[in-house]
Design a protein around this ligand. Structure first.
Ligand code: IMP
Ligand code: MG
Length: 186
């Protein structure tokens, strides 16, 4: 049975109002940086959907949306293994267009690097990365992240698109997991 998150919530790391304020600022920055241009925003499923939905409402230049899915196989389901595989590709031609990847979190960086390498062969006009969360201490690959909502410490987080075993994506805030209590109640 799915557990009440209060059993293992360590703290609300970023509340709903703070998320929305930050996205407003990111949207304003992006609109300024791309003035006179159009952007194809490529949301990485599934974690990026809430962020995409809120971000696009704060962008004033013309945008298209596309979706991609990346699965990690190998060790452990809760964190990526460093062997990402593209399981859903974009639906339109990105050649000579400004592309921006929209991610929930960049952790080791393997996922976003796989997507960047995959799309860059199609000669987009530009290719940038926008992530809500950056767990920079865990980075394992050299990857440039152009827009960051929040840099966060090395803790497992959930809510606002991020899951624990596919649940809790619908929570409006980002919370950290108290691992001791999580294990104890499992
Ligand atoms: P990376 O390939 O290590 O950068 O991992 C990125 C992916 O791992 C994200 O798109 C998330 O799906 C997942 N992930 C990494 N850290 C967390 C977390 O703290 N909570 C939930 N999912 C996470
Ligand atoms: Mg993700």
């Amino acid at each position: 049975m799915i557990r009440d998150y209060h059993e293992f919530l360590e703290e609300v790391m970023i509340d709903s109002a703070a998320i929305q304020r930050r996205i407003e600022a990111l949207g304003a920055q992006i609109s300024k940086d791309y003035a006179g241009e159009e952007i194809v925003l490529v949301c990485i499923l599934r974690g990026g959907v809430l962020f995409l939905a809120d971000l696009i409402r704060q962008i004033s230049v013309p945008i298209n949306i596309e979706f991609m899915s990346v699965s990690s196989y190998g060790v452990g389901a809760r964190q990526s293994s460093g062997q990402p595989r593209i399981t859903l590709d974009v639906n339109s031609d990105i050649r000579n267009r400004n592309v921006m990847l929209v991610e929930d979190i960049v952790d080791s960086g393997h996922t976003i690097k796989a997507v960047v390498d995959f799309l860059s062969t199609r000669q987009p006009k530009s290719l940038r990365v926008c992530t809500l969360l950056d767990k920079y201490e865990r980075r394992e690959v050299d990857i440039e992240v152009d827009y960051v909502g929040f840099q966060i410490p090395n803790k497992f987080v959930f809510g606002y698109g991020l899951d624990i075993d596919e649940y809790y994506r619908n929570l409006p805030f980002i919370g950290s997991v108290d691992l001791t209590r999580y294990m104890a109640s499992e």
